[in-house]
Ligand binder design. Sequence first.
Ligand code: IVH
Length: 680
Amino acid sequence: MQLSLLENAAPRLNAEDRVKALRSQLEYHNQRYYQLDAPEISDAEYDELLRELVMLEERYPELVTAESPTQRVGVAPAGRFHSVIHRLPMLSLENAVNDHEIRAKLDARIKKELGLADSQPVSYMCEPKMDGLAVELVYEQGMLTIALTRGDGVTGEDVTKNIRTLRGLPLRLKGEGVPTLLEVRGEVYLSLDAFQKINRDREENGDPPFANPRNAAAGSLRQLDPRITARRPLSFFCYAPGVVEGASFSSQHEFLSTVAGWGLPVNPLARLVEGVDGAVAYYNEMQGLRESLPYEIDGTVVKVDSFLLQRELGEKSRSPLWAIACKFPPRQAETLLEDILLSVGRTGVITPVAQLRPVEISGVTVSRATLHNWDELAAKDIRIGDTVVVERAGDVIPAVVRVVVDRRNGSERTVLPPIFCPECGSAVVRIADEVAVRCMGISCPPQIRESIKHFASRGAMDIEGLGEKVVEQLLSLGLIHTVADLYRLTKDDFMRFERMGDKLASNLLTALENSKTCDLGRYIYALGIRHVGERTAKTLAQAFGSLDNLEKATVDELTSIRDIGATVAQSIATFFTNTDNRAVLRQLHESGVHPAVVAKTVGGRMSGKNFVFTGTLTRFSRDHARKLVEDQGGNVVGSVSRKTDYVVAGDEAGSKLIKARELGIAVLGEEEFLILLNAH
Ligand code: IVH
């Protein structure tokens, strides 16, 4: 074993080729995913390619380039954002709220200004008005160098590190005629899918959900830790030039198609129309499309297409004369809040739900709305009997936005969080650091119902046919009490249902039978352990390989797994120490529920060897080190014991290093660790 092994030129040359190949594959898949909306590989496969590239770049730092896809994964927190003055102020737009205003405030004014006859049509570029936040990107010599928020229009905040994590944005422009300087403005937004997923994750972690995709996008972009932004799939559409040197455009439509050619994302719904009638038709068309788009739009933007005419028209104070925002009517309505109901969820969280006098909001009748949590209820001072503004915003569940205080007559009633569970009467607790109020009853009916529904649901055991109605009947007939009882059901049991045919009963039994061999990740998720969502369950399945191993894992071992923090680890350990849970798991096992064990790498050179990492690693991340060990069949554990084979110590290693020395365990520096793994 010699240091020169690391400096050997041959592997580096191979690595260089591999790095290039990986980069072009990753860029290709980014484009398929973000720009063409036609991915060819799964997220897991993408992550695998990215991980390999990260590993190679960490081993050969001289191969890292600014435009490498690894530079999107997010770097350490910056502390705070720096203010930067925009070279050209970022203006906002005047609003029109209906077709009459589009004609009067835009078309008529322009014609007057330019001295055009009423009959002479102006060419307009029409675009969806994205409901996100405005950002300016600066490309110098084709490389993305700075990204700024709009701020107050004059000064923005430097969010470059965060913007670099957007996988749909090129870090380097491609193609012909890339200018020396290109400032482009556009909107950062979140797709509805991404928004809903972020909120599900937040609720799983006891964090309050974002009210709408715009807030979620803004919150994600303004994260001081770009590693968090990297996990939020933000997107971007370009819509206007800033300062440009080394290229020129004669119109908005030419600008959009040119930047699209350089690899920048442009909304495919943008369209050139002739005359204001075309702009009005576009506005109506987009309003019809609004509900079926995968992202939120709050209107359309109409711009004079010709840049020459734009210059001639100029701007007044804060908005240009050549463009207007045509806003859609808000998806809001006022109605009476008749009652505040208490809803008990799967994990016992009791949330306030508004019962409303039914009201129609853009074609949908709304009679319930979420009030999110008790803090929000108090902050908005929402009372029974209030007239409230209800909004449908990017989510299927409407929310109460605010109270119309002027409509109060003094008879309104405040509701406080309950002390006892409305369903089972058990005491309610409020957990520190959580906004949630939780029923601790172990036999609370809605909790049982929701957890059985969760067990059978698609992402979990995927038992087709075992939905809300069936679960409710099984419970009310006393046929099941826990998920383990599901596997003892017979055809006769199902035939006791009001509406159940022979075929349906057989299908249910087959679905139950098939679920017995589902994969381990789904099974772990199905158990409904608090803080363990689909992704965490998958990670656990991969790390432990069997439920048995997971059950035996200590909190230390759990926290040594990538993405598993102290709260999650504690919650898993608590779940498995509960005797009721253990009994259910044993019964499930006895009924033949044997989820497929994920194979661990066996027979690698480090097979059976236990590694502990301590201190700050500087050559590579812990995740990366773990992968290196696991790739060779070794294990990474959290604490030092006699079973530990190697302790890898970074800077400022503390008690674990002392313990290793006491036990006489081999201590390696980072360099030595790499040599050990590279040795043949
Ligand atoms: S053009 C000077 N185009 O709407 C013209 N803006 O109310 C600058 N927005 O701050 C804006 N989609 O954040 C333009 N296709 C689009 C847009 C758009 C969304 C936002 C943008 C701007 C605000 C103006």
